[in-house]
Design a protein around this ligand. Structure first.
Ligand SMILES: [Fe+2]
Length: 184
C-alpha cells in the first residue's frame, strides 16, 4: 500500500513537539534535582536528566531517519541546508509542555520551601511524565504502522525510561508523610 505523505508529516510534527518537550524537561529536571529532599527523588531527577539528554538525541535521530526516507526536490534540499545552518532544523514551540512546566514552577514557588516541598516536585514531575508517555506511545504506534520500524525502536527505548521514571515517582509519593492534623 502506498504511504500517505500526510502520515510522515504527522509523525514529524509529533517528533518536533517531543524535541521541544525534552529540551524543556532537561532544564526543569535540573531545578527538581536541586530542590528534592528525599534521596530517591534526588537520584531519580539526576538520572532522568541524563536519560532525557539521550531521549533528545533519539528524537533527533528519528527526525533524521524520517527526513532521509523522503523523496526530495532541489527546493526542499535547499530549505534543509538553510534550516540546519540557522539551528532551526528541529525548532518548534511546544505550548502544552510550556504550560505543564509553568504549572510545576507555580507548585514549587508556592510550596517548595514548605513541608510539602517534595509533594510539589513529585506532582510537577508526574504531569510531565504522563504527557511524555502518552506522546511516545502515540508516536511509536504511528511509526510502527507506517513502516518506520527503526524510529519505533528508538521511541520504545525512551518510552520505557519514561515509564520507569513515573513508577519511581509513584513509589516516592507513597513514601511521603504529609503533615496531616487529626480531624475531629
Ligand atoms: Fe523524556
Amino acid at each position: 500500500m502506498p504511504k500517505e505523505p500526510e502520515i510522515d508529516e504527522f509523525l514529524e510534527k509529533g517528533l518536533k513537539q517531543m524535541h521541544s518537550a525534552e529540551k524543556q524537561t532537561i532544564d526543569a529536571l535540573e531545578i527538581l534535582a536541586k530542590r528534592a529532599k528525599l534521596p530517591e527523588l534526588k537520584q531519580l531527577f539526576t538520572q532522568h536528566q541524563e536519560e532525557s539528554k539521550k531521549q533528545l538525541e533519539r528524537v533527533e535521530q528519528a527526525l533524521q531517519i524520517l527526513k532521509r526516507s523522503e523523496p526530495k526536490g532541489a527546493l526542499e534540499k535547499g530549505r534543509e541546508v538553510v534550516e540546519e545552518a540557522s539551528g532551526l532544523k528541529f525548532a518548534m514551540k511546544n505550548s502544552a509542555m510550556d504550560e505543564i512546566i509553568d504549572e510545576g514552577k507555580e507548585y514549587i514557588k508556592h510550596w517548595g520551601d514548605t513541608q510539602l516541598g517534595d509533594l510539589a516536585l513529585i506532582t510537577a514531575a508526574q504531569k510531565v511524565e504522563c504527557y511524555e508517555i502518552t506522546s511516545y506511545k502515540n508516536l511509536m504506534w504511528i511509526a510502527e504502522q507506517s513502516g518506520h520500524k527503526d524510529i519505533a525502536a528508538l521511541l520504545l527505548a525512551s518510552l520505557n525510561e519514561e515509564k520507569h521514571a513515573i513508577d519511581v515517582l509513584n513509589t516516592a509519593l507513597t513514601h511521603l508523610r504529609l503533615p496531616v492534623k487529626a480531624r475531629v
